[in-house]
Design a protein around this ligand. Structure first.
Ligand SMILES: *Cc1c(COP(=O)(O)O)cnc(C)c1O
Length: 422
């Protein structure tokens, strides 16, 4: 690309970004986030979302009035119900679950463990031939480690599905992996590395036809991609709240268990908060009916505060509008990358078709590790994922098209600086 071709491309893309921002029905929402008025370019809202200004107020007011003012009375007045109330809101706003099936609890890792083990045990108890847990080789480390641990702990086996680096689990791959020995399948709705968006309805049906239960990991879809848990026949799901739901560092995850399964599952961490009558302090553990049985200890109330503002925002604008902008953002990023980065040897390690892509894309180049470090120095914040992947997370509520262009131009300069030949 000659210098003048480059200047022309930048000019064209700047005009395109301005037009997209102008036409963006969610553009004003971006102003509601802390830091939206700074020059920082944030490509990591899929790892830790930005806080809303409303959350800052909510957190301070909580410390002052609720915790500071109501003290222990707060539990009876509001906090005991909060995991269920916010769970229902997540169900309504983000994952297509009717009330009474979603609860906010522990970390994603702990909730995945609890549900995966409960599902494995129930399946194995009703059919002792069902000893396999199916998972893909490129699923998030915590998911793989848990599967291996549970298989070891319960005398089961892991059945691995191989996936392409720029893809995820397809219908054919799942069909080949499930059968009469499958107890449970653990799948990511959006793959954390490639951004591959799985056909959750079709894959759920395939698993069910084989007699298996499915646990969906919604970490990278909740709040960016519409999910229809009830309509798609989900059994179980777990998702993060500090990613697209902007709950803040370490905010607790949510769990979904379909009504029809709730009373047939027993989770392994039998704590007092999951019993039928919490304050009876009885001699033995009796699991509560409904979603309470999936809780273990005292709910992390402080961690549940901020997500409520993003959930309210998503309910206000609708998850369909969020997804529409998300698709436009990743399309624009791909266009810019094809024009400005592919000539430098950058390849796209994410699906090209919007229907198969979630809210982030991964760009691959041998220098990406040092490029990421250089970008962070300049307040351009993507993240790095082996091998050679620069992950561009485009949180639809808090990212502008201009920001996308600015960040990718900086990527180009950083790659050129990192490659001696230019
Ligand atoms: C982010 C993420 C997790 C994180 O689990 P934590 O317990 O919150 O650390 C788990 N699974 C997937 C797919 C993720 O993307």
């Amino acid at each position: 690309m000659t210098d003048s071709e480059y200047s022309q491309a930048i000019e064209d893309f700047a005009a395109a970004a301005a037009a997209l921002d102008l036409a963006d029905g969610l553009a004003e929402v971006r102003e509601e986030f802390v830091g939206a008025d700074t020059s920082l370019v944030y490509f990591d809202g899929n790892s830790l979302g930005r806080p809303l200004r409303a959350s800052v107020e909510r957190l301070t007011s909580f410390a002052e009035h609720e915790w500071g003012g109501r003290l222990i009375r707060g539990w009876d007045e509001t906090w005991m119900q909060l995991p269920f109330e916010i769970g229902d809101t997540i169900g309504r706003a983000a994952i297509g679950a009717s009330a009474g099936q979603t609860v906010v609890g522990d970390s994603t890792t702990v909730l995945l463990y609890k549900l995966l083990r409960a599902a494995f045990d129930a399946q194995h108890a009703s059919d002792s031939a069902r000893v396999e847990i199916v998972v893909d080789r490129d699923s998030f480390p915590t998911d793989r480690y848990l599967v291996e641990g549970i298989a070891r702990e319960r005398g089961g086996r892991v059945r691995w599905i191989d996936v392409e680096l720029d893809g995820g689990v397809t219908a054919d791959a799942l069909s080949a992996a499930v059968g009469a020995e499958t107890a449970v399948v653990l799948l990511s709705h959006v793959a954390y590395r490639s951004g591959y968006l799985a056909d959750a309805r079709a894959l759920t049906t395939i698993a069910h036809d084989a007699g298996a239960l499915v646990l969906w990991d919604l970490c990278h879809s909740a709040g960016s991609v519409p999910v229809h848990a009830d309509e798609w026949g989900f059994d179980l799901a777990v998702g993060c709240t500090y990613k697209y739901l902007n709950g803040g560092p370490g905010s607790p995850a949510f769990a979904y268990v379909a009504s029809r399964l709730q009373d047939t599952l027993t989770q392994p961490i039998q704590g007092w908060m999951g019993t039928a009558d919490v304050f009876a302090m009885g001699p033995e553990y009796r699991p509560a009916e409904g979603m309470r049985r999936f809780l273990s200890g005292t709910p992390p109330i402080t961690g549940m505060l901020a997500m409520q503002d993003t959930l309210a925002l998503i309910e206000r604008v609708g998850i369909a509008a969020v997804r529409e902008k998300s698709v436009q953002l990743t399309e624009f990023a791909l266009r810019v990358s094809d024009a400005l980065l592919s000539g430098l040897g950058v390849t796209v390690a994410s699906p090209r078709e919007a229907d198969h892509r979630g809210g982030h894309i991964t760009l691959s180049h041998s220098t990406m590790r040092e490029v990421t470090a250089a970008l962070w120095q300049n307040d351009i914040i993507p993240d790095y994922r082996d091998p050679h992947g620069l992950r561009i997370g485009l949180s639809p509520l808090s990212t502008s098209f201009e920001e996308v262009l600015e960040g990718l131009v900086a990527v180009r300069l950083a790659i050129k600086a990192a490659t001696p030949s230019g």
